[in-house]
Design a protein. Structure first.
Lengths: 284, 279
């Protein structure tokens, strides 16, 4: 677990986002991310999760509120924060090889010596297990491998924070488990802070130190859940842990409900904290 | 858009392997079949022409002899080279302006909205219709043909480039922005390569139009060139020469297209590899 004394590197303060057509996508969201933490935002479909991430990394401008990185409000995508998209087929460049894709963002960077760039990229490609495929084109690879390329490209840029927009939603279940574990490994190896949005409750619990639960749109945070599961996480052991199951059921009961109802129910759990876990189930 | 580029790719494969073979048939058998078709058609012409003794339809052998005599001589320099020169100048102008302006207006939405009415009007104008305007304003010199060709070939290049640039996936542009690329860098390093398949389609259409326009403009107002040569041959009853000119145009057209396909397959190998994958 990440200690509460760690520096808050990212703070989203009362963020509101209204689309151009007047629809309110995000009513008010306040979250924070501490250094080295793995934070998930879990919400139902259509809760504006992608919009939220795009607004956090300043691809979209908020209607109200703001995003602070190291205490400074951002208005342009900062180099410390890199977004990995769900749709790798669209975010990768099909005219470039794996190596070409990974080195692409580094080309104009002056702070890294020219002759070190290739080595840096090779290392990232190796870290995601694609060293044999550096000269392949992305479209010659499977979906899971393509998402690894997208992750390698992000890692090679050496960001402080990786924003992950449902990055494992378009791959099969086994590949998904592999990619989840890869993400955890990379977090440890490169000391990268992770902020994931997903609609998959199990995934959010499995990966995270903390989970924010969103309401249906217009989105608000209905609850913040600490995930105190032992590290390192392991697919079979962690997922069969009684505490894991309790957490996922708790989030399951909250998701897609209005904030007041969740607050009342959570209070009920707190009162019956010593009682049976079944209480939670009956309220849902 | 992806569906239409895919069908273009499919059509391309089926028509350009060999004009008469079945789609995708690259075997020796296919080559023999297509050669046989050519031989049969030419023989039929030869036999019928010899039987009919028509002045207007000379036998293939006569046309062939005239062809060699005419075109392996200074006539090619006097008639062929001017046509090619005008065509290349006009096409180069169309390609340069068409691609750069097209990508620009496709990328910047406001430019697209601003120019859309003009584009819709201009693309609907048959390019040959402006030849008389060209003659009126510029006369019948080289520049008339060059500008007419440039004008005619410009629109398909512009419109396809604009479409290609407009339809770059949002995620790709967002990725570039996340990695800190400036708007101009994105245009050059992301939009242009993304739009290349459509740009190539526009350039190909433009090339075909340029080829038509050079012939027509030389027939209407010129003192040399292949269009002029063919029309003069017809008017002076030099019938085998007339056919020889048509054959030369066909050969030139075929060669230009072949060069285009060769360059395209080099530059766009990734695109055809990708579409073949997703089919």
């Amino acid at each position: 677990m990440i200690s509460a004394e760690r520096e808050k590197i990212l703070e989203v303060v009362a963020l509101q986002k209204r689309y151009g057509n007047g629809t309110l996508a995000i009513q008010e969201i306040t979250i924070d991310v501490r250094k080295g933490e793995f934070v998930s935002i879990v919400g139902p479909s259509g809760a504006g999760k992608t919009t939220l991430l795009k607004t956090i990394c300043a691809l979209l401008a908020p209607t109200a509120g703001g995003v602070q990185l190291h205490g400074k409000t951002i208005s342009e995508p900062p180099p410390e924060m890199i977004l990995v998209f769900q749709d790798y087929a669209r975010s990768l460049f099909p005219w470039l090889t794996v190596m070409g894709n990974v080195i692409f963002p580094l080309k104009r960077r002056k702070d890294i010596p020219q002759d070190e760039k290739e080595g840096l990229c090779l290392e990232s490609i190796k870290a995601v297990g694609l060293e044999r495929f550096a000269n392949y084109y992305p479209w010659q690879l499977s979906g899971g491998m393509q998402q690894r390329v997208a992750i390698a490209r992000a890692i090679a840029f050496r960001p402080e924070i990786l924003l992950l927009d449902e990055p494992f939603a378009s791959v099969d279940a086994l590949t998904r488990a592999d990619l989840e574990d890869l993400t955890l490994q990379l977090r440890d190896k490169y000391d990268i802070t992770m902020l994931l949005v997903t609609h998959d409750i199990d995934e959010s619990v499995y990966l995270s130190d903390r989970v924010f639960v969103l309401s249906p749109p217009p989105s608000v945070v209905v609850a913040e859940v600490q995930i105190e599961l032992p590290q390192p996480r392991e697919q079979v052991r962690t997922r069969s842990d009684a505490h894991f199951i309790e957490l996922r059921n708790r989030i399951h009961a909250m998701i897609g409900k209005p904030k007041e109802l969740v607050a009342a129910e959570e209070q009920g759990i707190a009162i019956a904290a010593t009682g049976s876990f079944e209480l939670n189930k009956t309220t849902s | 858009m992806s569906i239409s580029t895919r069908t273009i790719a499919a059509r391309r494969q089926s028509t350009e392997v060999s004009p008469t073979a079945m789609p995708g048939d690259r075997t020796v058998k296919g080559t023999i079949l297509s050669l046989a078709t050519v031989v049969i058609l030419l023989s039929a012409w030869e036999i019928m022409a010899r039987a009919k003794h028509s002045v207007y339809i000379p036998p293939v052998s006569t046309i062939a002899v005239t062809f060699v005599h005419e075109w392996f001589s200074p006539t090619f320099r006097d008639q062929g080279i001017p046509s090619l020169y005008r065509m290349f100048c006009g096409y180069a102008i169309a390609a340069t302006l068409g691609v750069s302006m097209g990508v620009f207006i496709g990328y910047y939405r406001w430019a697209y909205r601003l120019l859309d009415p003009v584009l819709q009007y201009a693309r609907a104008t048959p390019p040959t219709a402006i030849i008389p305007v060209g003659i009126l304003l510029i006369g019948i010199g080289d520049w008339m043909k060059i500008l007419v060709i440039a004008f005619g070939a410009f629109w398909p290049v512009l419109i396809n480039s604009a479409d290609g640039a407009r339809l770059v996936p949002r995620e790709r542009l967002d990725t570039a922005r996340v990695f800190g690329l400036s708007s101009f860098d994105s245009l050059i390093r992301v939009v242009v390569p993304s739009a290349l398949p459509q740009i190539a389609a526009g350039l190909r259409t433009g090339l075909a139009i340029a080829f038509i326009l050079i012939v027509v403009s030389e027939m209407i107002g010129s003192t040399n060139g292949l269009g002029y040569y063919i029309l003069q041959a017809q008017r002076t009853f030099a019938i085998p020469e007339m056919y020889g000119g048509v054959v030369l145009l066909a050969i030139l057209g075929y060669c230009l297209n072949a060069v285009f396909v060769l360059v395209e397959s080099r530059v766009l190998g990734w695109h055809y590899g990708q579409t073949a994958r997703t089919q």
